[in-house]
Design a protein around this ligand. Structure first.
Ligand SMILES: [Zn+2]
Ligand SMILES: [Zn+2]
Length: 85
């Protein structure tokens, strides 16, 4: 089952379970759509794999299968193509 991580590892923006902006790799490294396209060039900085859109878990199931609340933020991992801000 997906963890449904709550944020983008790169820019730390919130990615709620119903966000169409969330993208994941096969290990569920989680990024927003903008970071995948602009900063990562579609390649996961942690494992080198590609991304797919994260499936949205139906709201009724979130109570029984809650999303992860553990934020993972690794700005270094995606800084290769980005100006430090
Ligand atoms: Zn991002
Ligand atoms: Zn990955």
């Amino acid at each position: 089952m997906l963890e449904l991580r709550p944020n983008c590892e790169c820019c730390d923006r919130d990615l709620p379970p119903d966000s169409p902006e969330a993208m994941i790799c096969t290990f569920e490294c989680t990024f927003c759509r903008a970071c995948v396209a602009v900063n990562l060039g579609g390649v996961c900085p942690n494992c080198g794999g590609g991304f797919v859109a994260r499936p949205i878990r139906p709201g009724a199931l979130l109570a029984k299968y809650p999303p992860s609340s553990k934020r993972i933020h690794r700005p270094d991992g995606c800084a290769g193509n980005v100006e430090a801000t």
